[in-house]
Design a protein around this ligand. Structure first.
Ligand code: ZN
Length: 170
């Protein structure tokens, strides 16, 4: 099922999401819905809080050779010294783009849909995508990582409720 995506500054995007403890049909349905919603909106990653579900689940499809991935209870366990920045956007902030400093490579530990522990190294775009989506699980969006002036500048294009946006952006 394709869900509506919460758009900033919806308070649902500010919550710290809860860990998943049940690896059941509900979780599989949530992951299916996340993929469906992501593909319908041409995203390359989406986190459960973006569809109003405050659980630590993200799905990503950055065109990796081994296919799309679903990460349950993901945690970054190692990061590179090297920093990169891509022009990032977010399904929850339509038409807003900015370069954000991220680790060029990370190691992420997570569980699969059966609850089995998994670990993988991610580099470049996939690394950026994982960091962006994990921020959503902690109530952060990418503009929170910008300096105040840059944030105001990029948000001047945002098609939201003008007053709420300016208040929340400062
Ligand atoms: Zn996002």
């Amino acid at each position: 099922m394709i869900h509506n995506i919460l758009t900033w500054p919806d308070p649902g995007l500010r919550r710290h999401a809860a860990p998943v403890s049940a690896f059941d049909a509900h979780l599989r349905a949530l992951v299916d819905d996340l993929f469906e919603t992501m593909y319908a909106t041409q995203g390359i990653g989406i986190a459960a809080p973006q569809i109003g579900v405050s659980l630590r689940v993200v799905v990503i499809d950055c065109g990796e050779p081994d296919g799309p991935i679903a990460l349950v209870n993901p945690e970054i366990v190692a990061v590179s010294e090297e920093i990169i920045s891509f022009g990032e956007g977010c399904l929850s902030l339509p038409d807003v783009f900015a370069e954000v400093d991220r680790y060029a490579a990370i190691e992420v530990r997570y569980q699969d849909l059966n609850g089995a522990p998994q670990q993988r190294v991610a580099e470049d775009l996939l690394a950026v995508c994982v960091q962006h989506e994990l921020d959503h699980l902690n109530g952060m969006v990418f503009i929170d990582r910008l300096g105040r002036l840059e944030r105001l500048m990029v948000m001047s294009n945002y098609q939201g409720d003008g007053e709420a946006v300016l208040d929340a952006a400062t």
